[in-house]
Design a protein around this ligand. Structure first.
Ligand code: G3I
Length: 365
């Protein structure tokens, strides 16, 4: 048995067994996580319960990730799907224990999001929603205090399409507090967990169309307000679900990031993938275009000194959220999307090599 197999086998056993926290396993040189680490980047991926059902997929995380983001397990509607008093901690506890056993930093996603509220929450009065808001943050942050590296405290505060003043996304939390729910969430999270890095996470900022222009404007104003108010904001997460068919400008996006870095905020790329629906069918051509998008984007953002984290939104194509959209007929075709660094057979793709090249070539300007 060769050394790599024995290490992988050991890691597989390690990840499945409730052992004490282990030192991060030695990483393969061809590891995304190790290559990123040498460039000053924490690299990882979102994960859900499927990594406990698919051992080959789990091994990709062990080989390549130094961080894991909870894809769904820590969302409000997953923790409390049925009623205010029923909490389903199991999946999140298991995912966090896996990260701790295998030496990966854990990103909690997300405490407060105006999307996907469970039915019972929508039935409450505004006063009751305000109570639930505080209780939720206190309970979740208190339970995991000291174990979470980064919290996405608030996810996606903006959606101009909702027509609210300032372009805010509406939902139970916005309706109960107005825009001040954002500050409230950060202050509350810091009080319940003095350790975690607290981040504000947003989508679409890398688009240079009306949507992206509006959301970047909102983020600049919100961040200025939070910093002026002394809110415990330490990092900004930019999701980067890249849409090649939508106008984009990586250099201008990097300049946008640099502006926040100059205010002392860390910058995290939090949900990186490339929507390939506008690319031609042939897989080699499609993969090459996806890889070029990865390379162009990463070269631009990695030149920003305060960018210190890159997270893919899952690792292998079969588990991408785009696969569900394609099956549901919500993309231009139902062909299986190829948005991630590994294909559905867990093999590295051109995107993997483009990411490795970008990490190796990081030059801070
Ligand atoms: O697992 C259940 C399955 O048992 C059930 O039969 C099925 C019926 O609908 O639902 C399955 O759960 C789905 C889950 O994804 C699977 O992981 C949920 O319905 C579905 O709502 C959930 O969607 C997730 C979505 O956020 C809403 O939470 C996506 O996986 C997840 O990738 C997506 O991630 C978001 C980020 O949180 C924020 N940024 C955008 C990103 C993509 O939309």
């Amino acid at each position: 048995m060769n050394a790599k197999l024995s290490r992988r086998k050991t890691l597989a056993m390690l990840s499945a067994m409730p052992l004490a926290a282990a030192a991060p396993p030695a990483r393969a040189a061809a590891s995304l996580g190790e290559t990123a680490r040498r460039a000053g980047i924490t690299y990882g991926a979102a994960a859900a319960g499927v990594i406990f059902e698919d051992p080959r997929y789990r091994l990709l995380y062990l080989d390549h990730c130094r961080a894991i983001t909870s894809d769904v397990d820590l969302k409000f509607d997953w923790l409390r799907p049925h009623s205010p008093d029923q909490w389903d901690w199991g999946p999140a506890d298991r995912l966090l224990a896996f990260a701790e056993r295998t030496g990966m930093a854990f990103r909690g996603h997300t405490l407060i999001w105006n999307e996907n509220p469970p039915r019972w929450l929508k039935k409450l009065s505004l006063a009751e929603i305000r109570r639930v808001f505080d209780e939720h943050i206190d309970t979740v942050c208190g339970r995991y205090s000291g174990r979470i590296a980064v919290w996405d405290v608030v996810n996606e505060p903006f959606w101009p399409g909702h027509g609210k003043k300032g372009g805010y996304r509406t939902g139970p939390w916005y309706e109960a507090f107005g825009p001040s729910y954002v500050e409230r969430a950060f202050v509350r999270a810091r009080a319940a967990d003095p350790h975690a890095v607290l981040a504000l996470n947003e989508a679409h900022c890398e688009r240079f169309d009306d949507v992206g222009n509006g959301i970047r404007k909102g983020m600049k104003q919100l961040v200025a307000r939070l910093l002026d108010a002394g809110a415990p904001l330490q990092a900004l997460g930019f999701q980067a679900h890249l849409q090649p068919h939508i106008p984009h400008d990586d250099k201008r996006f990097a300049a946008f990031l640099r502006g926040f870095g100059d205010k002392g905020l860390d910058i995290h790329i939090t949900e990186l993938d490339v929507n390939d629906e506008s690319f031609p069918d042939p897989v080699r051509k499609r993969d090459a275009l996806v890889a070029r998008r990865y390379g162009d984007f990463l070269r631009a953002v990695l030149a920003v000194p305060r960018v210190n984290t890159v997270i893919n939104w899952e690792l292998a194509d079969r588990y991408s959220w785009y696969a569900g959209l394609a099956r549901a007929g919500q993309l231009r075709s139902r062909r299986p999307p190829r948005p991630l660094p590994f294909d559905s057979g867990y093999r590295p793709k051109a995107a993997f090599h483009a990411m490795m090249k970008a990490f190796r070539g990081r030059k801070e300007t």
